[in-house]
Structures are given as structure tokens and as C-alpha cells.
Design a protein around this ligand. Structure first.
Ligand code: GLA
Length: 350
């Protein structure tokens, strides 16, 4: 007998470094944060899903069989239900309640937190307890959520956000190699140093920003270079590409090296060096990948003016939050929130 109720929490994420590398089979170093999305689902005995986004005070209702497309948060719910059904889950009609404290479109992966929490809760509702029922590995959940982004939301995102949300660990960043999907924990020993995020106030949606275009440019660069992914290309080869592909590929190749250098600096407890790498990452995202905006630049300037040793936009860009690293005793500006690596997504009691 399946449980009548299931609940799950999935966190947002901050990516310390390694931006726009995930869909290029590269490296990134994210961590899960404390803020996230909670989903409670209760079987209703009807062939429908009734969902409520409590923070927005909005509802949605649709048939379990063949949900039709929708916009905003509804696209995530309908997409997750449809993709779970495609993956062979015998879904139950349910009432679904969603709450969260990750600001939407602020670069902290509210989308991944929503997809992952929905996926965990709905899969649990229909399968756990019953012997021989289907279980999803974390990587399968990440892939299923990515299909929701691609096919229901229209954003051709990679697996960075979902893997960070699913695999987060306390006081630890995750070195993810997107070529092999191997994840190595990297202890984040900050001592008295602080990582903070500051919301630029500019909202983004990857489906309508330049995100998909950047991904297409990387694919074009690969086609011209005759490689399957930019992981196989060198900086020298990238430099020969026509503009702007040379700059896009150049960013990705150098960014992988910055991720390696950041891991080395963290292992050596050299936080000033991490700050320099964050600055170099931001300059590359602004000038070569061209995903910054005047509003994001103003937020980075505020962090640097307050004394951050490093500051950069975080996530896909075109708005969202900026990340800053502060030495002990240096006060971040008003409005900045400290972030620390926390545990990954988990099931809750009912
Ligand atoms: C967004 C996407 C991720 C990743 C980052 C950029 O957060 O969802 O897959 O591409 O942008 O690093």
C-alpha cells in the first residue's frame, strides 16, 4: 500500500566557480545552500493533480494523463508529472503544496530546487513502501529534471543546479566533472572568511534570456572544431574560431582551469587566491561570454567597494545574484546574505 502522503525538501545552490561549463562537459564547483523548496503531496484518489504555490497564492489543476503545457511554476509541476509518468512511475492523483524561500530568477536555482523537490515527493508518494517498485538514482533524477527544463520550460540548461541540489554536503563544495559525472567533495574551510550573495534585483528566465543562444554558440564552436565537446578543445584552437565563438569557447576552456586552480587554492587554505579567481571568472563572463548586465555590474561593484577580495555573477547571468568573498572583519554591504554549504535534497516525514 503506497503512503498517502510524502514530502521533500530540495535546496537552491551557489556555484563557487565553473560557469557555463556544465553543458560543455567541463568542471564546476557548486554547493547546496540552506534556502530551498518544500513540497508536500497527499494522494487524493482522483485522476488529477491539484497544486498550490503557497508563496504566490496561486493554484493549478490538471489531469494526470497528458498534462498540457503551461507557463511559470505550473510548467515545472506539469513537466515533472509528465516526465515521471514517462519514466514508468504509476502516478497517483494528489494535492500538492509548494513553499519555498529561494527567490525566483535570482541565480540561486529556484527552478532546480522546485523540480527536485517535486520529483522526490511525487516519486515517493507513488512508489515507496511497495516491494519491487521503481527507484530513481540521483543522476536519473537530475536528468529527469533537466528534461523538464528543456521540454516544458524551454531552457536548455545543463545538470549543474540539479546535481548540486541533490548531492549537497555540509561545509563542502562539490567538484563535478560533467564529462564523467564524477563528484568529488572539496571541504570548504572558510575559517572567519565569509561568502555572501547580493541580489542584483534584476530577474532572469533562461528560456527567454541569451542562455539558449550561448549554448547554441558552444555547439557551433564544437562543430567547427570537429570535437564532441569543448572539453576536447584547446585554447589555441578556440582562438582561431570566428567571433564571437572564439570568445565563448575561450571562456569555457579557461574556466575549467580556474575550477582546478580554485580547488588547489582551497586545499591550500589560500582564500585570497580564491578571491582572485572569482574576479577572473567574472571578467571572463562579462567580456568573453557576455552574460552580465549593467545592473549585475553595479552589484559586483558594491561588493568590491565594501572590501570583497573577489566578486562575480553567479549562475547563468542576464540578471540574478552576485557572489562575494570577504576576509575576516570586513563587513559585507547591507542586503548581502551569508551562504554556507548545506546538505542536499531529502525526503521529509509526510
Ligand atoms: C544555469 C543553468 C546551469 C548552468 C549555469 C551556468 O544555472 O541552469 O545548468 O549552465 O546556468 O553555469
Amino acid at each position: 500500500m503506497p503512503p498517502r502522503r510524502a514530502g521533500a525538501f530540495a535546496p537552491g545552490r551557489v556555484n563557487l566557480i565553473g560557469e557555463h561549463t556544465d553543458y560543455n562537459c567541463g568542471l564546476a564547483l557548486p554547493f547546496a545552500i540552506a534556502a530551498g523548496v518544500t513540497v508536500h503531496a497527499e494522494a487524493s484518489g482522483q485522476e488529477r493533480i491539484r497544486a498550490r504555490a503557497a508563496d504566490l497564492d496561486e493554484e493549478d489543476e490538471f489531469p494526470l494523463a497528458e498534462p498540457s503545457p503551461a507557463q511559470g511554476w505550473r510548467a515545472f509541476v506539469r513537466g515533472t508529472v509528465a516526465e515521471l509518468a514517462r519514466a514508468g512511475f504509476p502516478l497517483l492523483g494528489a494535492r500538492v503544496e509548494i513553499t519555498g524561500d529561494v527567490p525566483q530568477g535570482a541565480g540561486l536555482s529556484s527552478s532546480a530546487a522546485l523540480e527536485v523537490a517535486l520529483c522526490l515527493a511525487l516519486a515517493e508518494l507513488c512508489s515507496s513502501g511497495a516491494p519491487g517498485t521503481k527507484r530513481l538514482e540521483r543522476i536519473d533524477i537530475a536528468r529527469l529534471c533537466a528534461r523538464v527544463e528543456h521540454d516544458w520550460v524551454g531552457a536548455q540548461t545543463g545538470l549543474l543546479d540539479q546535481l548540486a541540489s541533490l548531492c549537497g554536503q555540509l561545509d563542502t563544495a562539490l567538484l563535478i566533472d560533467f564529462r564523467t559525472l564524477q563528484i568529488d567533495p572539496v571541504p570548504l574551510r572558510l575559517g572567519g572568511w565569509r561568502l555572501v550573495v547580493l541580489d542584483s534585483g534584476e530577474r532572469h528566465a533562461h528560456a527567454s534570456s541569451g542562455y539558449n543562444q550561448r549554448r547554441a554558440e558552444c555547439a557551433q564552436a564544437c562543430a567547427l572544431l570537429g570535437v564532441q565537446s569543448l572539453r576536447q578543445a584547446t585554447a589555441e584552437q578556440a582562438a582561431l574560431l570566428p567571433a564571437p565563438l572564439n570568445a565563448r569557447a575561450g571562456h569555457v576552456i579557461a574556466e575549467n582551469e580556474r575550477v582546478r586552480a580554485t580547488v588547489a587554492a582551497l586545499r591550500a587554505d589560500d582564500l585570497p587566491a580564491v578571491g582572485q579567481l572569482l574576479n577572473a571568472c567574472h571578467a571572463s563572463l562579462r567580456d568573453r561570454y557576455q552574460v552580465s548586465t549593467p545592473t549585475v555590474e553595479a552589484a559586483v561593484e558594491r561588493l568590491l567597494a565594501a572590501g570583497a577580495v573577489g566578486a562575480r555573477l553567479v549562475g547563468g547571468g542576464f540578471g540574478g545574484s552576485v557572489l562575494g568573498l570577504f576576509a575576516p572583519g570586513v563587513a559585507p554591504p547591507t542586503g548581502a546574505h551569508e551562504v554556507r554549504p548545506g546538505p542536499g535534497a531529502r525526503l521529509l516525514d509526510g
